[in-house]
Design a protein around this ligand. Structure first.
Ligand code: BGC
Length: 498
């Protein structure tokens, strides 16, 4: 067809020429609601800095700022063979990682298992049985017939957990739509180890790791400029290295104030008290209808799990508004189903390369059985851009806040997660927001860059196990509950001679 060349992303306001007044008014209203201007970004960032600090105090704040007992960066020369288990939102991944003697190198073998949807709201026993079965299968497959010592395992458990020790973690609350009874407020390690013991799986848990800490450490293994690890995926969060002297809630442990300690911020909980974030009526509905109302306020505005839902709620609202004609007279039954659209739906809309938005039109027809007019498509495109842009800009506030708190003026940030890796323009929009927040001079290379991370839940978890075993061997046992039992993992971890 003539004239259907690729569109120039992200938005062309000129294309609104044929949009009728009712829709145009709504587009303007949505722009008002979802745009976060520079001044607001700065205000959010400043409040974020004080909340990060507050989270480290004895009294605490809404951001948990959990010490992880990962005490230092790798130097690139870590060695050994480790297992890693990643219990993410969609998949369960088991890896075996070999860290050879060559600096910054690794080999990895892995198997992925689908995480059945029912497990997320099932019972704790079902969860741990499933996880242990997957580990058992992996070991039987890859080590058939071998006499095995205990294999050291780094378990990436990407939920907020307080850690008194590195191989311990009391789940503060489920996030990302998980709602398994009887786990919150308890240490997740004993039931996990019990399920392994029941099956006779030869594993020694050496570290319970958050995905952000894994990302921080894995990225730092290959890039010494890395100072922060972030996840922008189904959930969102960051980790960075603090010094023990700046963590008042650990003062009673009398640790050397200069020792480093990775902090899992759990920044999804930022502004749970609703002081600065510009929440829209749609954000309020998301929160109210979620399994944990009042929690994860920041996350609910920016993470992948919620982006499609925000979009859906706006469209349902507009359809129900008598002053607005959108999808008029059509059955929007499919659109009415909560969480029926995920972030990839928005991503596809933003990626539609055609002037007439024909791919978006097909998407609505195929997925939602809704016929769309050109003006309706224009509204949907603009809405997707607004939601995606807001997510990227608010995310940047968290990164800027950590940098401000730590006095970091230049660094690399290792980032992972489906939104970061797949959502169109997320990186560029985040970088633009950082420039606006931190007022960098124009025309120069950005001093703080958010870059794609190394595999945090595989290599990162292995490295954290390696670092823990190393310091345990050297007698630095802070945060190691039972050094002797921990060292029983060492033999199997010794580097493979090739
Ligand atoms: C969890 C964090 C995690 C983040 C990214 C959040 O919902 O609370 O622990 O790091 O998602 O996966």
């Amino acid at each position: 067809m003539v004239g259907l060349g690729p569109r120039k992303p992200p938005s062309r306001r000129g294309s609104m020429a044929d949009v009728p007044k009712d829709l145009l008014d709504q587009i303007n209203r949505l722009e008002e609601l979802f745009t976060v201007p520079q001044e607001k970004l700065k205000q959010i960032t400043d409040h974020f800095v004080s909340e990060l600090t507050k989270g480290l105090t004895v009294e605490g704040g809404s951001i948990p700022m959990n010490p992880t007992w990962c005490m230092g960066f790798p130097d690139g020369y870590e060695t050994g063979t480790f297992l890693a288990l990643d219990m993410g939102g969609t998949n369960l991944r088991v890896c075996e990682i070999n860290l050879p003697e060559e600096k910054g190198e690794f080999d990895i073998i892995q198997s992925k298992y689908r995480m059945p949807e029912e497990l997320k709201t099932g019972t704790a026993d079902e969860l741990w049985d499933y996880v242990a079965d997957c580990l058992q299968q992996f070991i039987e497959y890859h080590h058939e017939g071998e006499e095995l010592d205990q294999l050291p395992l780094g378990f990436t458990f990407s939920y907020p957990a307080t850690q008194e020790y590195i191989d311990h973690g009391v789940l503060q609350r489920w996030t990302k739509g998980f709602d398994i009874e009887g786990v919150e407020g308890k240490d997740v390690v004993p039931p996990f180890e019990a399920a392994l013991a029941e099956r006779g799986v030869p594993i020694k848990l050496t570290a319970l790791v958050n995905d952000t800490t894994g990302t921080l450490i894995a990225s730092a293994y290959t890039d010494t400029d890395i100072k922060i690890g972030c996840i922008f995926g189904t959930g969102c969060n960051a980790a960075y290295m603090e010094d023990c002297g700046s963590i008042p809630k650990l003062a009673h442990m009398k640790l050397d104030p200069n020792l480093p300690m990775a902090i899992n911020c759990e920044w999804g909980a930022f502004d749970n008290e609703h002081k600065v974030l510009p929440r829209t009526p749609y954000d309020i509905i998301i929160d109210k209808e979620s399994p944990r109302p009042g929690q994860q306020s920041f996350e609910k505005m920016i993470a992948g799990l919620y982006l499609g839902e925000i979009f859906r709620l706006v469209l349902v609202d507009l359809h129900g508004n008598p002053d607005v004609k959108i999808f008029d007279g059509q059955d929007i039954g499919k659109l009415k189903k909560a969480y029926s659209l995920d972030a990839s739906f928005l991503a596809q809309i933003e990626e539609d390369p055609f002037e007439n938005l024909s791919e978006t039109q097909d998407l609505f027809a195929n997925k939602l059985s809704i016929t769309t007019s050109k003006p309706e498509l224009e509204l949907c495109r603009r809405l997707a851009e607004l939601i995606g842009t807001r997510a990227a800009r608010l995310s940047a506030c968290g990164v800027a806040a950590i940098c401000k708190k730590k006095g970091i003026s230049s660094c690399h940030v290792g980032a992972d997660g489906s939104v970061f890796n797949k959502y169109p323009h997320f990186k560029a929009r985040g970088a633009q927001a950082l420039r606006e927040i931190l007022d960098w001079p124009k025309g120069k290379k950005d001093p703080i860059e958010i870059l794609p991370a190394e595999d945090g839940s595989g290599v990162g978890a292995a490295l954290i196990s390696a670092l823990t075993l190393k310091r345990c061997k050297e007698g630095q046992t802070a945060g190691i509950r039972d050094p002797e039992a921990m060292l029983s993992g060492i033999k199997a971890a010794e580097p493979k001679k090739t």
